[in-house]
Design a protein around this ligand. Structure first.
Ligand code: NAD
Length: 357
């Protein structure tokens, strides 16, 4: 008898996808995971490679979602009950430099995946069809930018303002239209900025930690006043698992950390903790420097969690201070591995997304 719950994950060598796989593999469930990831500069297979064991099986496939035939053939042979689509180019600054690749990877990639999945699902026996789910992971950036007040929720009008968020908004529309047109069983989540172990050190938090630990300047865009609603990775994974278990098909759920901080406050928090654990003659915040702002930089993101809290019982458990401590400790412990990863990915912490004219 076949008992295994088969899950197809995409983008599982990236920051959030690998955390999801690590969590699944540490659970008691009898599962089998196939991970499709094209392996970009941001991928780190060491985040999941050590986790195989005989009971819970996990395999990686180096496939680009743009390759329809390979995706379809894998779906037919693996027969997943759940597909979780994390795969995307994810850095706003890089989307300013190379917008086209964001639409190719994110939009065409998601279109291929969902269409292959729809045809696979359409041919399943009734019982298996009823139990099948497709979960697409998206971002709050699709909703645009807030001023000092207000929150994003599931009814907020889409207003993407960067090539990255425009590509992600397109994928959300694909997901919703496949549910509406074909009755395809989708789940959609839009979450705020994540932080935690294994995030490629190009984004604010890991890059600031790595640079501060090397005694290099911590570069803050503009006046440092841009606000994000920071979500610790493990809280995000809790929310995803709940949505997969109890979420209503065809619905979307917003997920935020209830931790609004501006970029300057984030850098200061990191410096304060570094002063405690690695004190220097002068405080680490002397390294904070302001640099030219990101073009079109969204001012503020903030999520109203009402729906996921009330209907599914989720709430974030990690306060920002605690999440930052865990994250800083992890990056310091894995400093060499992160340096290696950056070297392999040909990235040394330089400023991206300034749009050369
Ligand atoms: P990441 O950049 O760390 O990892 C993305 C992974 O997807 C990489 O391993 C990459 O190789 C893979 N990938 C990209 N395009 C692919 C394609 N066409 N085919 C196969 N693999 C492909 O990103 P992340 O931070 O882990 O983000 C995961 C998802 O969560 C993304 O969809 C992103 O939009 C969304 N998200 C991220 C955040 C955040 O703060 N990091 C916040 C909200 C939503």
């Amino acid at each position: 008898m076949e008992h295994k719950y088969r899950i197809l994950v995409t983008g599982g060598a990236g920051f959030i996808g690998s955390a999801y796989i690590r969590r699944l593999l540490s659970s008691k469930k009898d599962i089998e995971i196939y991970n499709i990831d094209k392996l970009s500069y941001a991928s780190d297979l060491s985040a999941i490679n050590k986790l195989d064991n005989s009971k819970k099986i996990h395999k990686h496939f180096k496939i680009n979602l743009c390759n329809y035939e390979e995706i379809f053939s894998l779906l037919k042979s693996f027969k997943p009950k759940l597909i979780v689509n994390f795969a995307a180019e994810s850095h706003v600054d890089r989307s300013l430099d190379t917008p086209k690749s964001f639409f190719e990877n994110n939009v065409i990639g998601t279109l291929n995946l969902i269409e292959a999945a729809r045809i696979y699902w359409d041919n399943l026996p009734d019982k298996e069809q009823k139990n099948f789910k497709f979960h697409h992971i998206s971002t709050d950036e699709v909703f645009g930018s807030l001023n000092a007040s207000g929150f994003f929720n599931e009814s907020t009008k889409y207003d993407p303002r960067s090539p990255y968020s425009a590509s992600k908004a397109s994928t959300d529309h694909i997901i919703n239209s496949w549910h509406n047109s074909y009755g395809f069983p989708t789940l959609l989540t839009n979450c705020s900025n994540n932080y935690g172990p294994y995030q490629f050190p190009e984004k604010l938090i890991p890059l600031s930690i790595i640079r501060a630990s090397q005694n290099k300047d911590i570069l803050i865009y503009g006046d440092g006043g841009n606000i994000r609603d920071w979500l610790f990775i493990e809280d995000h994974i809790n929310a995803l698992l709940l949505v997969q278990e109890k979420g209503l098909l065809g619905e979307s759920y917003c997920i935020g950390g209830v931790a609004e901080k501006n970029n300057l406050e984030v850098a200061q928090e990191i410096c304060e903790y570094l002063d405690k654990i690695r004190p220097k003659n002068k405080p680490h915040n002397r390294l904070i420097k302001f640099t030219k702002d990101r073009p079109g930089h969204d001012k503020r993101y903030s999520i109203d969690n009402y729906k996921i809290v009330k209907s599914l019982g989720w709430e974030p458990k990690y306060e920002f201070k605690k999440g930052i401590k865990i994250t800083v400790d992890w990056y310091l412990k894995n400093e060499n591995a992160m340096q290696e990863l950056m070297k392999r990915s040909n990235y040394s912490g330089e400023r991206l997304g300034l749009i050369q004219k």
